[in-house]
Design a protein around this ligand. Sequence first.
Ligand SMILES: *Cc1c(COP(=O)(O)O)cnc(C)c1O
Length: 366
Amino acid sequence: MEFSVVEKLVLKHQTPVLFLSVNRLRETYRNLKNALPGVSLYYAVKSNSNPDIISVLNDENSFFDVCSNGEIDVIKKCGITADRCIHTHPIKRDSDIKYALDYGISVFVADNEDELEKLIPYKKQLRVLVRMSIQNPGCLVNLSHKFGVAPELTWDLVQKADKKGLSIAGISFHTGSQNENSLKYIEALEYCRDIFKRAALSGINMEIIDIGGGFPISYLRPVLPSAQFCRPINEHLERYFSSYKIIAEPGRVLCGPSMTLVSKVIGRSLRNGVWWYYLDEGMYGSFSGKMYDHADYPMYINRTGQRYTSVLAGPTCDSIDVIYENISLPLLEVGDMIVFESMGAYTTASASNFNGFPKAKIVVVE
Ligand SMILES: *Cc1c(COP(=O)(O)O)cnc(C)c1O
């Protein structure tokens, strides 16, 4: 968003505030949809469960990926029917499975035998996606550290599920979040090709390949536009998987670019030759993404002139609540606003009210 536009909006709203651009959200959804023709997009609610985001995506005919009873509640409140949702948490309590089934969700994920056992009592009501792990150490957020069965063991688990009388929907994987290497998807798809071949030969009927999320967005460094990033994935899907149903679970790429954070300098202090600026938003708020998601956001200020070594700190009393240390900034005044872009994914989602500071409010623009 333009600085001047943001400035005007801030006059009407208190900071800290996250502006949600509905147009941007629609545009990124349509971009990804065009970049992955024939692929059904299941928005990963985890990345940002804001009801306005969900409603806009629902309006665009998106599907949804939920992981918990709380996420099901959000989806339910937005009027989204269960036939548009899958449940992708590989580890569930019986009560979680029942909750999702009661809502009508019928596709679940498992990556181990104990989980398959939990699903057996409900085998008439559900189908299983077997989650395969794909290691991606070069990626910002590794989502195969905690979940997924090794590719070499995936076929074995599929057979076990089949023997237990479970209906297997297909294979899912996640190449890691903010994954800038689209060849990782190809690597995973090559494993899938082998597994689907074996399944066909064994008379096991699988129809879904779930390529997960992970699609990157531009933070400080630009990344390839979705169309270019997805081209090799598309080509591979068209060549080898044209008779299967392909789905994806994008989170960050959809909601990330749609939110702009505005925070204000609420105090400053020159300490040992370094300018400390205290903002009204910090690590316990939207910048929790810096901690959990390892993300760094593009920042804009409306000052020029001589630069000084500076620190941007959050509002709480905790010393860990420091956003940027040792950066070079023009002299800022109390009341100055700072704009941070690409603040939609894994920001407000993991923010807290620590120390009595409320989460930044979300204001829909356009
Ligand atoms: C977090 C997550 C996603 C979303 O990943 P992005 O990198 O935000 O696209 C999708 N699927 C599963 C299972 C996840 O855990």
